[in-house]
Design a protein around this ligand. Structure first.
Ligand SMILES: Cc1cc2nc3c(=O)[nH]c(=O)nc-3n(C[C@H](O)[C@H](O)[C@H](O)COP(=O)(O)OP(=O)(O)OC[C@H]3O[C@@H](n4cnc5c(N)ncnc54)[C@H](O)[C@@H]3O)c2cc1C
Length: 375
């Protein structure tokens, strides 16, 4: 009998739990630990902010979902781990103590390193939790004229919601009839409107921004935020009336000091999603050290590979499922033509870019499919 412990109730953890529950025999135990019992479909947080859906439409209860697939769920905070002891300590829970495991899937996501952007907490809105999305939405509804600045900080590794928010706000104020009184600006540390992979300008994205009159300020690495101003690392200043930023990211705090991470605290993994330098530990999602943006579809694929390889190890076979690092995203511009981009990160081959109404529809269907299958 083996015990597989999964940390994190996000994309990576939920997908790994489902994959293991369907492949492992019932003699094996699977436990999922997360500090919150709700899974939230974060790509829909832009729509939540704009009041286009309710939190219940984009989230589900992990306790029920896991029960129905024989995974034990524990709502608890995971303390910094010692991966060599094959046990994890939980805190702030009814079950506080050490839980031992044979295999671990680490999927605790990333830490928001707001200390790298002084003033972020005081002055910036963000969209990384349902609560912050709702708060940003309230600020939008009270806003009738002025300058809205949206952007991402250096090391934030997530540009997509910034573009989607800009397009959604442009549409929102146009429909309200005060589009002329609102100026929308995107600030980016990158040189061109891209998608978090340096060196891939997307002409379709540039055109869509121009069509909507959204200003793009390139090479503006935010170093500080003050009331009414964002400041770049070379001292340039941009004024705002309303600000929404993606903060810098770092790897999950629970693995800091283990010696298993890169300098930004992301876990180093091999092609099989095994954490390098320790036995029995796999990782999936935003917490792993791979180049490019951090995205949910990557977490899903990584979790499937990790689960497949753990099942193989338990069944005495070689863990030979491999992960291919690929970015695939759909930017919903709100107009007829959504933008689809696919690129194998790390390889020299060009990105595939497509544009059309189909991709907007495909994104919605993917959201509904994910919620239906994993709920
Ligand atoms: C606004 C927005 C829009 C996005 N749009 C897209 C998109 O269109 N397409 C796309 O592919 N990706 C998108 N993403 C990115 C995607 O959401 C993330 O890449 C994905 O959530 C990563 O999954 P994960 O499982 O690694 O981490 P997470 O989803 O962050 O899950 C980590 C889990 O671990 C828990 N946890 C963390 N620390 C602890 C601890 N110490 N103890 C216990 N539990 C803990 C958390 O509560 C959480 O449940 C978007 C993200 C945002 C915020």
């Amino acid at each position: 009998m083996a015990h597989v412990l999964i940390l994190g109730g996000g994309f990576g953890g939920v997908v790994a739990a489902k994959a293991l529950a369907t492949t492992l025999g019932s003699e094996h135990r699977i436990t999922l630990i997360s500090r919150n019992h709700r899974f939230v479909f974060s790509p829909a947080l832009v729509r939540l902010a704009l009041g286009e859906c309710e939190i219940d439409d984009i989230s589900f209860d992990l306790r029920e979902a896991m029960l129905s697939r024989r995974v034990q769920f524990l709502e608890a905070q995971v303390a910094p781990i010692d991966p060599y002891s094959h046990s994890v300590r939980t805190i702030h829970s009814t079950v506080e103590g050490d839980i031992s495991y044979d295999y671990l899937i680490f999927a605790l996501g990333r830490r928001l390193a707001t200390e790298l952007a002084p003033g972020f907490f005081e002055y910036a809105h963000h969209l990384l939790t349902p609560e912050s999305a709702v708060k940003f939405g309230e600020a939008i509804r009270q806003f009738s004229s002025g300058h809205i600045v949206l952007g991402w900080c250096p090391q934030s590794r997530l540009a997509l919601p910034v573009y989607e928010t800009a397009f959604a706000l442009s549409r929102y104020f146009e429909e309200k009839g005060n589009g002329q009184q609102i100026k929308l600006t995107i600030v980016s540390p990158e040189a061109v409107p891209a998608t978090g992979i340096e060196g891939i300008p997307v002409a379709a994205l540039q055109n869509a921004l121009a069509t909507r009159g959204i200003e793009f300020v390139p090479q503006f690495p935010i170093a500080q935020i003050e009331r009414g101003n964002v400041i770049s690392d070379d001292g340039r200043s941009l004024d705002y009336d309303l600000l929404m930023l993606v903060p810098p990211y770092k790897g999950a705090g629970a693995v800091v000091g283990t010696g298993l991470t890169d300098e930004d605290h992301y876990l180093r993994v091999d092609d099989h999603m095994r954490v390098s330098g320790v036995s029995g530990m796999y990782a999936a999602g935003d917490c792993v050290s791979l180049p490019g943006p951090k995205m949910g579809h990557m977490a899903v694929r990584q979790a499937e590979v990790a689960a497949q390889n753990i099942a193989a190890e338990i069944n005495g076979s070689n863990p030979n499922a491999e992960y291919k690092h690929e970015i695939m995203l759909v930017i919903d511009t709100g107009d007829a033509d959504a933008i689809f981009l696919r690129k194998n990160v790390g390889r020299g081959e060009p990105a595939t870019v497509r544009q059309g109404h189909f991709w907007r529809w495909a994104k919605k269907i993917r959201e509904m499919y994910f919620q239906h299958v994993h709920r």
